[in-house]
Design a protein around this ligand. Structure first.
Ligand SMILES: Nc1ncnc2c1ncn2[C@@H]1O[C@H](COP(=O)(O)OP(=O)(O)OP(=O)(O)O)[C@@H](O)[C@H]1O
Ligand SMILES: [Mg+2]
Length: 264
């Protein structure tokens, strides 16, 4: 049995969980929806099961419940990797440690240091540490616009589009570019997504990023400048909007394979 934690943001018109469930059913895999709101992980009755997390509410209760479940079950993505990706600073640290190109980034509480970082770069991007869908991201060009700390600040990389690469089981399987007039090209912010081929440099940097955070599958966000691609973040509960690759089918096959390995 594959136990599925549905994405909280699913809607009838945009149902990521439903798309994968359809593929699992098509492949005759047994699955059921697991509601983290009604289980007690200390008394869940789940052991040696595969739990697939399509999405998660970013709150302590859901993270803790999944972590406890992962003691006796295989959770994909692992709660640790979801937590790592939820933190932009932890993701930055792992990218740096693995020598993966990412814009210059700083995380600090000292306003003097934040002002210095801004002066050095002229233009920086402020991001909430646990942000998603572009929420709360803003361009900062004047010290007075820094707002309250602590600050996760990144040098501004001039661009007119970004890229999202879907990596599954260590392999880049799909990519889109997102274009918009504004700073953020996220589809939730009005960006238009179009499928693009995966070039070799894109493949290498996306696969290295997934490996750096140690995750089964993810969406790697990239920008491109004169020197090539640079990684913004790794999404641990990614959408696959506008991908040409059959992501739900690939994900279902991946989960079925992991389940089979558990039984072997
Ligand atoms: N350093 C940067 N320079 C220029 N633009 C940036 C930079 N960082 C982010 N952006 C723009 O803002 C968008 C959102 O940034 P990012 O992907 O880091 O966070 P997020 O959108 O909140 O996360 P998620 O992809 O999970 O929704 C990027 O896709 C890009 O368009
Ligand atoms: Mg992003």
């Amino acid at each position: 049995m594959i136990h599925i934690v549905p994405k909280p943001t699913d809607t009838p018109d945009d149902n990521s969980t439903g798309a994968v469930i359809r593929e699992l059913e098509r492949a005759d895999a047994r699955c059921r929806v697991l509601d983290l709101g009604v289980i007690d992980p200390l008394n869940s009755g789940l052991e040696n099961e595969l739990v697939w997390v399509c999405g998660i509410r970013q709150d302590g209760h859901q993270f803790e419940t999944l972590s406890v479940l992962s003691l006796h079950n295989q959770v994909i993505n692992t709660p640790e990797s979801i937590v790592t990706c939820a933190s932009k600073v932890m993701t930055s640290a792992l990218l740096l440690r693995n020598g993966i190109r990412t814009p210059e980034t700083a995380y600090m509480r000292s306003e003097t240091q934040a002002r210095e970082f801004l002066l050095r770069h002229g233009k920086v991007v402020y991001k909430p540490l646990y942000g998603f869908d572009g929420n709360g991201i803003r361009l900062v060009e004047k010290p007075d616009d820094l707002g309250p700390g602590p600050w996760y600040l990144q040098e501004y990389v001039p661009n007119d589009r970004d890229f999202r690469v879907f990596v599954l089981g260590g392999e880049a399987v799909g990519a889109i570019t997102r274009v918009s007039e504004g700073l953020m090209h996220n589809i939730h912010q009005g960006g238009i997504g179009t499928a693009v081929p995966i070039d070799e440099e894109m493949r290498a940097i996306a696969e290295a990023s997934a490996s750096a955070v140690g995750i089964d599958y993810c969406g790697v966000d990239l920008l491109r400048d004169r020197e090539g691609y640079t990684v913004l973040e790794v999404n641990g509960t990614p959408n696959w909007h506008c991908m040409a690759a059959p992501i739900p089918k690939l994900l279902a096959a991946y989960l079925i394979e992991r389940r089979r390995e558990m039984r072997a």
